[in-house]
Ligand binder design. Structure first.
Ligand SMILES: [Zn+2]
Length: 224
C-alpha cells in the first residue's frame, strides 16, 4: 500500500478515537511511521538520527561541563527520539516495524515524546510528530489531507470520546499504526505481525484486524 492509501485508511480508522484537530496529525504520523524502514525514506531516518544524536551529545556535554544547563527530561526526550529512528534504520522493509511489538513500543515512545512537547502547544507537538516521519515533499501533502479530513469530519460528525494525558497522544498514533499493519496485510506480500513468529499475515487476518478495530470502536462508544 502506498502513502496515500495509508493516510486515508489511517484517518478513517482513527476518527472514532480523536476529539481534537491536532490528533489527526498523530493518526497520520502513526500510519506513516512503519514505512520508515523503506530505502526511499532513509533520508528521514538519517535526519532524525543526526538531530537526536546531536541533542543527546548536547545533554552529555552540558552534564559534564555545565551541569546547571543539564535537564533530565530533555535528555530522555532526545534518547526517545533516537529510538524512534534506530528501529527503522536497522530494519528490513516490512520486518520488525510491521509487527505488533513495534506498534506498542513505537506508539508509546512517539506518544510520550509528543506528550512532553505538548507543554509548549499540543498542536505544535502533534505537528512535530508528523514532521518526524515525513520529508519535505510528503509533509505538505500529509498536513493538507489531515486538515481537509478534519473539516469534513467536524461538519458531519462529533467526537465520540476524549482521551486525556498520555492516552491523548499514544492512542491516535497506535490506531494509525494499526491501520498501516492492516493495510499491508491486505496486500499479496502480507506481513509478519506476530514477530518473533515468522507466520505471514495476509488478507484473512487483515479482516480479523478490522474486527479488532471495530471492537475497539464499540468499546469507546460503550464507555463514553
Ligand atoms: Zn508498510
Amino acid at each position: 500500500m502506498n502513502w496515500k492509501g495509508h493516510i486515508t485508511l489511517g484517518i478513517i480508522m482513527g476518527l472514532p478515537f480523536i476529539s481534537s484537530p491536532e490528533q489527526i496529525f498523530l493518526v497520520v504520523a502513526g500510519a506513516l511511521y512503519p514505512d520508515l524502514d523503506h530505502d526511499v525514506k532513509s533520508e528521514i531516518v538519517e535526519r532524525g538520527l543526526y538531530i537526536s544524536g546531536g541533542l543527546i551529545l548536547i545533554s552529555i556535554l552540558a552534564y559534564l561541563f555545565r551541569p546547571e544547563y543539564f535537564n533530565v527530561g530533555f535528555f530522555i526526550a532526545s534518547v526517545f527520539g533516537g529510538l524512534i529512528y534506530i528501529i527503522p534504520y536497522y530494519a528490513k522493509h516490512r520486518e520488525i516495524t510491521h509487527t505488533f511489538l513495534s506498534l506498542v513500543f513505537s506508539s508509546i515512545i512517539l506518544g510520550y515524546l509528543t506528550f512532553k512537547l505538548s507543554v509548549i502547544s499540543p498542536i505544535m507537538a502533534s505537528l512535530i510528530a508528523l514532521i518526524m516521519v515525513t520529508n519535505n515533499n510528503l509533509l505538505g501533502k500529509a498536513v493538507s489531507i489531515s486538515v481537509f479530513a478534519w473539516v469534513l469530519y467536524s461538519l458531519i460528525s462529533k467526537s465520540i470520546i476524549a482521551f486525556q494525558g498520555l492516552e491523548y497522544f499514544i492512542i491516535p498514533i497506535a490506531i494509525g499504526y494499526l491501520s498501516h499493519l492492516i493495510g499491508d496485510c491486505m496486500t499479496p506480500k502480507g506481513c509478519k505481525l506476530m514477530y518473533p513468529s515468522k507466520h505471514i499475515f495476509r488478507k484473512k487476518e487483515g479482516f480479523f484486524g478490522i474486527v479488532i478495530w471495530l471492537t475497539l470502536v464499540f468499546y469507546v462508544i460503550k464507555i463514553m
